[in-house]
Write a new protein. Structure first.
Lengths: 361, 281
C-alpha cells in the first residue's frame, strides 16, 4: 500500500465529487434538512438573553450570571459605560434587559452595606429580565455568604433507559437531527461513494489509474473521501443545529463505525453497477431500507421487528450515537451495538477484498 | 540486454473461451511493434495482461526483464498506455489531468506543462477536457501516457475514430516518440498505419499469432507479385511476375516498344490481413 498514491486519489476525488452535481446533492440535502429542523422545532432552541450592564467587569455577579446561563441560555452579555447607555439599549430593544452595578458592588455586599443594583427592563417584562432578576438574587446571596432557607434535594433517576420513549428523553429535535445524521451518512456511503467509484469504471479512467495504482489503493482513496465528507457533514450538521454531543468519544466512535460499515457497503454496491446513472437510480431504493432502522430505534415496535432491526448497522449506530449525544445511557448493552457494527465492517470489507482479488485475476 | 517485451506461451481463458491462446514474441528496445487482428482477436486482452490489468491463465510476460505478472509494482513505473477509448477526467482541465498523474507517478508538476507543449495543447490546458475535440483528447491521452517517461508505451487503437487530420497528427507524434527511442507496442485496425509506423507486426487471429515479421516481408510473402503494364494502344495488361511465360510477354512488348509504363502491384498489409483472416477463420 503506497500512501502517497492513496492521498493523491483522495485529493482528486474530493475535488471531483463536489464538481459532480449528483454527489453535491447528496452532500447538501441533509444540511438543508438541518436548517429546516431549526425552523420547525423552535421550542427546543436555546433561550437567548441579550443583557447589557454598566459596572465592573470583574464582579462576581457578572460571573454568576454566566455560570447560571450554562448551556441552557444563550447569554449575550454586553458591557456599557453608563446607566443612561444601558437604558437606551433597553428602550431601543437592542437588549432584553440591563443592570447597573456600583463600582465597589462586591465589597459592599460582603460588608453588608446594602448597595443598590438597578435592573432595567421593558415595561411588559421578558423572560430574559426574569432570568436576570433570579440570577442576580442568587448571586447576591452567594456573595453575602447566606445559606438557603431550605435545601432542595434533586434526585436524578435513570429514566428512559429502555428503548421505548427515547424520543421523549432525547427531545424531538435532537432525535430527528440524529436520524438525519444517519441519513446523511447513508447518502454519502450508499450514493456519493458508489457514484465516485462507478464513474471511474464507467469512464474507463480506472484503466489509467490502475496502470500506476492497484485496486486496494484506489478503493482506500475512495473510502477516505466518504469518511472525510461524513466527518465534515456531521460537524456542520451539529454546528448548524447547535447540538454538541455531551459524550464526544462515544458519539465519534458510533459515527465512525457506522460510517465505516456503510462505506464498505457502498463500495460493494459501486462494484455491482456499470454506470453512475444506475447507481443514482438504484441507490435511492437501497437507501431506504438501510437508513429506516435508525428512525425506528427507540420507538415502540413489536419484539420480532425490534429483534430483526437489531441486525442493521444503522439501528446499532443510532443507539451508540444517541448515548453519545445525550451523554448518558439511553440504550443499554452498548457492547452489542459495537460488536454488530464491527461484524458488519468485517463482512463488508471481507467481501470487498474477495471481489478485488477476483477482479485482479 | 533484456528485450523490452518478452512473451512466452501467454494464455488467457474466460471459461471455455480462449481469448489469448499461447502466444510468444519478443519486442526489442526502441522497436515499434504492431499487433494486428480483427475484433475479438485478443489484442486488447494481450495488452491488459502486459500492463498488469489482467492475470494470465498461463505463460510468462516480461517487461524489461521483470515479470509483469508476479512483479507488477516494479513494472508499473516502466510502462504506460494510450487506451482505445477516451478516458480523461472530463470535469478537470487538461493540465489538471496531467498534474494528477504526475502526482501519482511522483514526477514534477512541470512535466505536465512540458507535455502540453509537446502535444500542442498549451493554450487549451486550462480548459475542461469535456470541451476538447476528439483529436485534442487523443493528444492529451498521449501526453498523459508520457508523464512517467515510459520505456514501453502501449497504444491501443490510438487513431480510432479520429478525422484524417487528427489521425495524421497522432501518427506524427508516435513516429516522434519512436525516433526518441521509446519502445511502442501498437494495436490498430488501420493497416496503412501499421505499415507506416511499425518495424514489425504480428497478426493475431482467434487468440493465436498467425504471422509475425516486418511489414515488407509480410507483404512480399502474402501480397500478389504482379505488375500493370500500359501499352501504346492504351490498354492495360496485368502480368504475374512469378510466371516465366508472362515475363516473356513483357519482354516481347518491350522489344516492340509497346510499353508506356509499368507499375508493380506490391501487396498491402490489408491484403495480408485478408489472406490470413480468410485462412484462419
Amino acid at each position: 500500500m503506497r500512501l502517497p498514491i492513496v492521498a493523491a486519489i483522495f485529493r482528486k476525488d474530493v475535488v471531483d465529487a463536489v464538481r459532480d452535481s449528483r454527489v453535491l446533492v447528496s452532500l447538501l440535502t441533509p444540511l438543508v434538512l438541518a436548517i429546516l429542523y431549526n425552523t420547525i422545532f423552535p421550542e427546543e432552541r436555546l433561550f437567548e438573553a441579550k443583557i447589557a450592564y454598566a459596572g465592573p467587569e470583574t464582579s462576581a455577579l457578572v460571573r454568576t450570571l454566566e455560570q447560571r446561563a450554562g448551556q441552557t441560555v444563550d447569554l449575550k452579555l454586553r458591557q456599557v459605560s453608563t446607566a443612561e447607555e444601558a437604558r437606551r439599549l433597553v428602550e431601543s430593544q437592542d437588549v432584553d434587559a440591563a443592570f447597573v452595578l456600583p463600582p465597589d458592588v462586591d465589597d459592599a455586599v460582603r460588608s453588608g452595606r446594602r448597595p443598590t443594583i438597578a435592573l432595567i427592563q421593558p415595561s411588559e417584562g421578558s423572560s430574559a429580565a426574569n432570568f436576570l432578576s433570579a440570577s442576580l438574587e442568587a448571586g447576591l446571596r452567594t456573595l453575602a455568604g447566606q445559606q438557603s432557607i431550605a435545601t432542595v434535594q434533586v434526585e436524578r433517576v435513570q429514566a428512559g433507559s429502555k428503548d421505548q420513549g427515547v424520543m421523549g428523553e432525547l427531545g424531538t429535535r435532537r432525535y430527528f437531527v440524529l436520524a438525519t445524521v444517519v441519513m446523511m451518512l447513508g447518502m454519502i456511503a450508499v450514493l456519493a461513494v458508489p457514484i465516485i467509484l462507478t464513474e471511474e469504471a464507467e469512464k474507463k479512467t480506472l484503466d489509467a489509474l490502475l496502470l500506476v495504482a492497484n485496486y486496494r489503493e484506489v478503493i482506500l482513496g475512495k473510502a477516505l473521501v466518504g469518511v472525510a465528507y461524513s466527518a465534515v457533514s456531521v460537524a456542520i450538521m451539529l454546528g448548524l443545529t447547535r447540538l454538541p454531543p455531551a459524550d464526544m468519544v462515544t458519539f465519534v466512535a458510533g459515527t465512525g463505525l457506522l460510517s465505516a460499515s456503510l462505506i464498505g457497503l457502498g463500495l460493494l454496491l459501486g462494484g455491482l453497477f456499470k454506470t453512475a446513472a444506475q447507481v443514482y437510480t438504484w441507490s435511492s431504493v437501497v437507501l431506504l431500507p438501510v437508513i429506516m432502522p435508525a428512525f425506528v430505534a427507540g420507538l415502540p415496535v413489536p419484539d420480532v421487528v425490534d429483534l430483526a432491526l437489531r441486525l442493521f448497522p444503522t439501528f446499532q449506530g443510532m443507539r451508540i450515537m444517541t448515548n453519545g449525544l445525550a451523554g448518558k445511557t439511553l440504550f443499554d448493552d452498548a457492547w452489542i451495538s459495537y460488536a454488530i457494527l464491527l461484524v458488519w465492517i468485517a463482512i463488508a470489507y471481507g467481501l470487498l477484498a474477495w471481489r478485488l482479488s477476483r477482479r485482479e485475476s | 540486454m533484456a528485450a523490452a517485451v518478452e512473451v512466452q506461451d501467454l494464455q488467457k481463458h474466460y471459461g471455455a473461451v480462449r481469448a489469448v491462446d499461447g502466444i510468444s514474441f519478443s519486442v526489442a528496445e526502441g522497436e515499434v511493434f504492431g499487433l494486428l487482428g480483427h475484433n475479438g482477436a485478443g489484442k486488447t486482452t494481450t495488452i491488459r495482461m502486459l500492463t498488469g490489468r489482467a492475470r494470465p491463465t498461463a505463460g510468462r510476460a516480461m517487461i524489461a526483464g521483470i515479470d509483469a505478472v508476479t512483479d507488477r509494482d516494479r513494472v508499473k513505473p516502466l510502462i504506460n498506455a494510450v487506451f482505445e477509448d477516451v478516458n480523461l477526467y472530463d470535469r478537470f482541465a487538461g493540465i489538471e489531468n496531467l498534474r494528477f498523474f504526475a502526482t501519482l507517478y511522483g514526477v514534477k508538476a512541470s512535466r505536465a506543462d512540458e507535455l502540453l507543449d509537446l502535444v500542442g495543447l498549451r493554450d487549451a490546458g486550462k480548459r475542461k477536457t469535456k470541451t476538447y475535440s476528439s483529436g485534442m483528447k487523443q493528444r492529451l491521452m498521449i501526453a498523459r501516457s508520457l508523464i512517467n517517461t515510459p520505456r514501453v508505451l502501449f497504444m491501443d487503437e490510438p487513431t480510432r475514430g479520429l478525422d484524417p487530420t487528427s489521425a495524421r497528427e497522432v501518427r506524427a507524434l508516435v513516429a516522434q516518440l519512436a525516433r526518441g527511442g521509446t519502445t511502442i507496442f501498437l494495436t490498430t485496425h488501420y493497416m496503412e498505419e501499421a505499415d507506416e509506423l511499425c518495424t514489425r507486426v504480428a497478426f493475431l487471429s482467434q487468440g493465436k499469432i498467425v504471422a509475425l515479421d516486418t511489414p515488407r516481408e509480410l507483404k512480399l510473402r502474402y501480397g500478389q507479385r504482379t505488375a500493370v503494364v500500359l501499352l501504346r494502344d492504351r490498354t492495360e495488361q496485368t502480368i504475374r511476375l512469378d510466371d516465366p511465360l508472362e515475363a516473356a510477354r513483357l519482354a516481347d512488348w518491350m522489344r516492340a516498344d509497346q510499353v508506356l509504363t509499368v507499375h508493380s502491384q506490391e501487396g498491402t498489409l490489408e491484403d495480408v490481413f485478408v489472406a490470413l483472416a480468410g485462412r484462419s477463420l
